[in-house]
Ligand binder design. Sequence first.
Ligand SMILES: [Zn+2]
Ligand SMILES: [Zn+2]
Length: 75
Amino acid sequence: MSDTESPGIDASIPPGGTGCLECEAGGGWWLHQRRCAQCSHIGCCDKSPSQHATAHARKTGHPVIRSFEPGEDWF
Ligand SMILES: [Zn+2]
Ligand SMILES: [Zn+2]
């Protein structure tokens, strides 16, 4: 086991898997991802250009979104 590899992180994840779907669809990019605790929607964080997580929360009324970055605490 290499300590450069973290459980749950696979650098070879194919496109369309675990990223912000809206960013991927539009060819955009994101800094961090957040997952809606109610419907598991993956959206990008407020530091990302499109802020899809916030947009999702506003659009759906889902207030509970937590970090989707492995090992990253909520902040
Ligand atoms: Zn996005
Ligand atoms: Zn949701």
